[in-house]
Ligand binder design. Structure first.
Ligand code: ATR
Length: 266
């Protein structure tokens, strides 16, 4: 019997996840379907329950349900626990397992696709919401020299720095004014077409500026380019977090390069 998977979000119509997982399934010969399901804003848990009753084997969870999925899960992977959010659910005889593959996806994109070594590097993470929190632990595992979290509301950045402790600092956007090797935009500013008030001094010619958003050029990436920095959008992260979820469900690692290239071309 064909195994069913789905991504739950609100909105969900523009999700590329069904296309990505269909490509992975074709490539690896897995007998599965993957659909996009619009959950009502007040009906996430019910939507998941219906899907499980209908035989669903696993799900991805996107905006705005990642924290709710964390609460819904009966067991959590260590990385989901530390992220405080869940983007991958596994449904089996033991109930609902919550996992989080976002951070692993970002690190895979940076290190494998972009050949960017993180060990010993200075990393500036912009934002202190769920998107930022989810990637901190996987970034720290790469043993950077420093991880600085800058946020509009500095107290939120400080809370995250305190939570992760050792080697993590917090400041305002303006105060991050010495060069970083990697600057990751995990704020929601790009969604609004806005640029956080960054110092030009945070960038130099060897900086990689990475926006977790994909699909259009953002004010952050164009500002970075004017400072001479290299840039990357979050399309690779999207495909890599999907590949990591696919591995959790199916035990097989798909080839991501071909899928990233075809999405890029489309
Ligand atoms: P997400 O799950 O996407 O991280 P979130 O938890 O609401 O969503 O967090 C949004 C992040 O984007 C926060 O860091 C927020 O800054 P505040 O903590 O000061 O609210 C940041 N953000 C949103 N709009 C922004 C803007 N226009 N400029 C700079 N930062 C912005």
């Amino acid at each position: 019997m064909t195994d069913r998977y789905a991504v739950f979000g609100h909105p969900i119509a523009h999700s590329k996840s069904p296309q990505i997982h269909a490509a992975f399934a074709r490539q690896t010969g897995q007998d599965m379907t993957y659909e996009a399901i619009l959950a009502p804003l007040d009906g996430f848990a019910d939507s998941i329950a219906q899907f499980v009753t209908a035989g669903g084997r696993g799900a991805n969870v996107t905006v705005p349900f990642k924290e709710e999925a964390y609460t819904l899960a009966q067991r959590l992977s260590p990385r989901a626990q530390r992220a405080g959010a869940v983007n991958t659910l596994v449904f089996n005889a033991e109930g609902i397992l919550g996992d989080n593959t976002d951070g692993a996806g970002l690190v895979a994109d940076l290190t494998r696709n972009l050949n960017h070594t993180l060990a010993g590097k200075r990393i500036l993470l912009l934002g202190a919401g769920g998107a930022a929190r989810g990637v901190i632990e996987p970034l720290l595992e790469q043993q950077p020299a420093a991880l600085v979290i800058a946020n509009r509301t500095v107290s939120r950045a400080q809370e995250l720095a305190d939570l992760f402790g050792h080697g993590v600092a917090a400041c305002s956007f303006e105060a991050a004014n010495t060069p970083f090797d990697l600057i990751i935009n995990a704020t929601a500013a790009s969604l609004a077409g806005e640029l956080p008030p960054l110092s030009a001094n945070a960038f130099n010619a060897t900086t990689l500026a990475y926006d977790m958003m994909y699909g259009r050029d953002t004010p952050f990436l164009s500002f970075a380019r004017t400072q001479g920095a290299a840039t990357a959008d979050g399309l690779g992260m999207l495909v890599e977090q999907a590949a990591e979820a696919f591995f959790v469900w199916r035990g097989v690692r798909p080839d991501t390069a071909a899928v990233i290239a075809s999405l890029r071309a489309a």
